[in-house]
Design a protein around this ligand. Structure first.
Ligand code: DGL
Length: 358
């Protein structure tokens, strides 16, 4: 006797199979985005919901960060990896090399369309610029953080993470260099800087301007950096286990050469002089800079001012002193470019070219 199936069962089975196929098709259509977590306030916790300062950074793990934003599953296939769990003021060259190599390895995979890096905001602009100079791919790499800990009222981390994943999965973000995305804004890693110790609108690109906005899970771009980055970089960290020591001396009235001399004595291969104004050299410090150069230390004139071009042969005769001008890079970013430049050359003309290229 042939047993007949109950038509209702058949219909239910058909609906189930169709729904599973549709879900599978939907997932297949979504971009694959890796979230690499390094710590910071976005992973921070405070004693109460109104604690927005005096909290502990780097306590929440990447899986929890992702779980806290279930909407992510609608815009991307997200996987998380805890690369570090630190407050970003403690980021080191060794962390950067490990992170850069991991990013390059993941982006070389066909099943990775973009990367989001959750990071403390204190040094996020530096990590972003370092990656802008060493990532060997056009795929999007987006750094994201938060100015309020995950436990705070109106914590900005979850929406910032959602926006960063949306950008990382967007074809519009391909080939635009490493970017930072916070507060619904998109900034180039080269030109963005943290401008406020605690407010959610802290990240700005003074004068040169942000790249665009993220709204409703979609990025809107209005400008791109004119400088070389990522796939066009000449720098390669694959075989590097360390970066040359480069330190920054800060300019101010009544400045003296004690810090500069100490850095040089400790073996600094390069010095960033974060001068007042257009990188002016104090009479008491100039001889020490000249002596350092004579010992082979590369001197880059930058400015503490934070905006504008640091003009070569402006406040000092760089041709005669054999110094390098930092162009528009702030001191902390000039340090990154000089470190990478020194992995390739000590020639100051070549290094100056790099400061006009990246
Ligand atoms: N300790 C700071 C850091 O990890 C907290 C600031 C933040 O992440 O917003 O950068």
């Amino acid at each position: 006797m042939i047993k007949t199936c109950n038509p209702r069962w058949l219909l239910a089975l058909f609906c189930l199979v169709t729904a599973m196929a549709a879900a599978q098709a939907q997932t297949a259509k979504l971009p694959n985005v890796m979230v690499l977590a390094t710590g910071g306030t976005i992973a921070g916790t405070g004693a109460t919901s109104t604690t927005t300062v005096g909290y502990t950074a780097a306590t929440v793990g990447v899986d929890q960060l992702i779980k806290a934003v279930p909407e992510l599953s609608k815009i991307a296939n997200v996987k998380g990896e805890q690369v570090f769990q630190i407050a970003s003021e403690s980021m080191t060259n060794e962390h950067w090399l490990a992170l850069g190599k991991r990013v390059n390895a993941l982006l070389a995979q066909n099943d990775v369309d973009g990367i989001v890096i959750t990071h403390g905001t204190d040094t996020m602009e530096e990590t972003g610029y370092f990656l802008d100079l060493v990532v060997k791919s056009r795929k999007p790499v987006i750094l994201v953080g938060a100015m309020r800990p995950s436990t705070a009222l109106s914590a900005d981390g979850p929406i910032n993470l959602y926006n960063a994943v949306a950008i990382a999965g967007s074809p519009d973000a391909i080939g635009k260099g490493v970017m930072l995305a916070l507060n619904d804004q998109i900034h180039s890693a080269r030109d963005v800087t943290k401008t406020n110790t605690s407010t959610p609108d802290s990240f700005k690109t003074p004068e040169l301007g942000l790249m665009g906005y993220i709204q409703g899970g979609k990025p809107f771009f209005y400008r791109v950096s004119t400088r070389k980055h990522t796939a066009d970089t000449e720098f390669d960290i694959a075989s590097l286990s360390a970066l040359p020591q480069v330190d920054i001396v800060y300019g101010y009235a009544n400045m003296n050469p004690v810090a500069l001399d100490a850095f040089v004595a400790a073996g600094a291969k390069g010095i960033i002089h974060a001068g007042v104004g257009d990188g002016s050299l104090a009479a008491r410090v100039k001889p020490a800079l000249i002596a350092a150069r004579k010992k082979g230390t590369i001197i880059v004139r930058s400015s503490r001012v934070g905006q504008g071009i640091l003009a070569r042969n402006g406040e000092a005769n760089d041709d005669e002193l054999d110094f390098v001008a930092a162009d528009t890079l702030n001191p902390q970013k000039a340090r990154i470019l000089l470190m990478l430049a020194l992995t390739k050359t000590n020639n100051t003309r070549e290094i100056q070219r790099m400061f006009y290229t990246y």
